[in-house]
Design a protein. Sequence first.
Length: 104
Amino acid sequence: MNTLQHSFKAKLRINGMFLMACLCGVISWVSWPSSIEWWGFGFVSIIMGLNTVVLTIKAIGEIIALHSRDKSIAALMAQGVEVKADDLAHSDDLKSKGMIDDQS
């Protein structure tokens, strides 16, 4: 997986937050009382409306966090060169540098 690709779980979490915010908004709008005798539904409506705002802010925060993560990873990837393999040191090279003794 590419480091700049987001997991399915992150996308599902953000879309789930937006879906729940929409559902809470609809419940808030539908449950608003039309007369004073149903005043108890006003509390439900207010709580659902606040939940709509909180979930929307959380979802936007997740999007901003993922975007800033992408920007920082892209900046780190742009700094260096691509990784390449190095040659292994042979025993002749180690002997010539005095790192090992020739015991044979």
